[in-house]
Design a protein. Structure first.
Length: 201
């Protein structure tokens, strides 16, 4: 995604790109099978923003072998790149059945309860990555995303947050699916980098 390519995309009418960044940790990106590094992801987000295209990206919380250091790398990545975003989705990692990761659960050192909610309440065998831990990490990233000072002050009109954390002491509640944070009031779809004068043209 070179700057020239992105600028041509914008001229052709592209107003939004969605990126599955998932993690700011190169270790986790490699385990996920991603073909890019966090440095490349950051470069791409910045170039997309500078090309006047809305940037949407996703972060997955609690991938197996994501521990405190890897999570901190993701939090730092998010803090540096919030200013480029129009929309961010934060999603807790689920160990869904019939996936390659579950087939390799011994490699990933995970335990999955044998019940209907096992894909949600899985944990690593060392108990360093549990549902409660993932929920705490979700709250940390949500608080970062709700810090208006980190967003581009020339663009921000409003922060609209959807989704909520589940109370880990009451697993019967509906597990959290995702939290989304959007910059703009509903109905605004113009490129956020366009000034009023630009829009007249």
């Amino acid at each position: 995604m070179t700057k020239d390519f992105l600028e041509r995309l914008e001229l052709s009418g592209c107003d939004t790109l969605i990126y599955g960044i998932e993690s700011g940790s190169n270790k986790i990106l490699k385990l996920m099978g991603k073909s890019f590094t966090s440095e490349i992801a950051e470069w791409c987000l910045r170039n997309t923003y500078e090309a006047r295209i809305n940037v949407n990206f996703n972060i997955i919380i609690g991938f197996p072998q994501e521990y405190k250091d890897e999570f901190q790398e993701t939090a730092d990545f998010l803090k540096r790149n919030i200013k480029y975003a129009s929309f961010i989705a934060l999603t807790m990692f689920y160990c869904n059945k019939n996936t390659e990761l579950v087939d390799k659960k011994e490699f990933f050192n995970i335990e999955i309860p044998d019940d209907d909610n096992g894909h949600v309440f899985w944990s690593t065998k060392d108990k360093k990555n549990t549902y409660e831990e993932r929920l705490g990490r979700l709250s940390v990233l949500r608080n970062l995303c709700e810090d208006k000072s980190l967003w581009d002050q020339n663009r921000i009109l409003n922060l609209d947050t959807k989704g909520k954390e589940t109370n880990p002491t009451n697993p019967s509640q509906q597990p959290v699916e995702a939290i989304t944070i959007q910059v703009f009031d509903k109905g605004i779809d113009a490129s956020p980098l366009l000034s009023d004068e630009d829009k007249k043209d």
